[in-house]
Design a protein around this ligand. Structure first.
Ligand code: SAH
Length: 215
């Protein structure tokens, strides 16, 4: 099959912007982003930009997905916990690189939509749950990697506790109102090491489940 020229351009752009992990680039190449964007934005699926989706949420910009995936340093044996399934795109990219992705979303509508996308694309190593990601997924812990795709004020304790020693978490934090930064948190035998990666813009991580009509 000839590659979609828009996709080739996007991947070349990611390379130019410093995404150098070939496995990450191959994963982005293999997942059809058009299957994860709303129909109205299908023609923009390979533009390097975030796009709106239902429930007032956004599918992240491809560069940010690639950057976070690279920073997570995933390997084929890993079990990865994602908070904020959203469209399912980030989980689909991760599914190409690890053993299994466990992903938590607070909106049932989004979880169901992403489930049908995984099914259509025959992605079978993603396990989903509707729930509050602040709590992680204690029944299935520990995880080798944790990725949070919505901005929190600080690192939710449960997520840190559910990671193996040596585990890596990539998370956007909004420690001061209006200013978000992406961090890589490594769990060490002594505690945590924290590394600043880059300024970002994510929807907020919201505690608890939506009420009634909001789901
Ligand atoms: N990873 C997504 C990006 C989603 S945007 C993608 O690839 O499309 C962030 C998502 O986090 C939204 O869908 C939002 O509903 C969800 N979210 C916010 N707070 C949450 C919480 N406490 N638990 C689970 N999901 C949450």
């Amino acid at each position: 099959m000839t590659p979609d020229p828009r996709k080739t351009t996007l991947i070349a752009g990611l390379r130019r912007q410093g995404i150098s992990d070939e496995r990450v680039l191959a994963a982005l190449e293999s997942v059809p982003r058009e299957a994860f964007v709303e129909d109205a934005f299908a023609d923009q699926a390979y533009a390097d930009q975030a796009l709106p989706m239902s429930c007032g949420q956004t599918i992240s910009q491809p560069y940010v997905v690639a950057f976070m995936t690279q920073a997570l340093n995933v390997d084929a044996g890993h079990r990865v916990l994602e908070i904020g399934t959203g469209s399912g795109y980030q989980a689909a990219v991760l599914s190409q690189l690890c053993k299994r992705v466990y992903t938590v979303e607070r909106f049932r509508t989004l979880a169901e939509k992403s489930a049908s996308r995984f099914k259509a694309l025959k992605i079978r190593n993603v396990t989903q749950q509707v729930g509050d990601g602040y709590k992680g997924w204690p029944q299935l812990a520990p995880f080798d990697r944790v990725i949070v795709t919505a901005a929190a004020k600080d690192v939710p304790r449960a997520l840190w506790e559910q990671m193996v020693v040596g585990g890596i978490m990539v998370i956007p934090l909004e420690e001061r109102a209006g200013k978000q930064d992406l961090y890589r948190i490594t769990r060490t035998a002594e505690g945590v090491e924290r590394e600043h990666l880059l300024p970002v813009r994510f929807v907020p991580l919201v505690e608890g489940l939506p009420k009634g009509s909001e789901t």
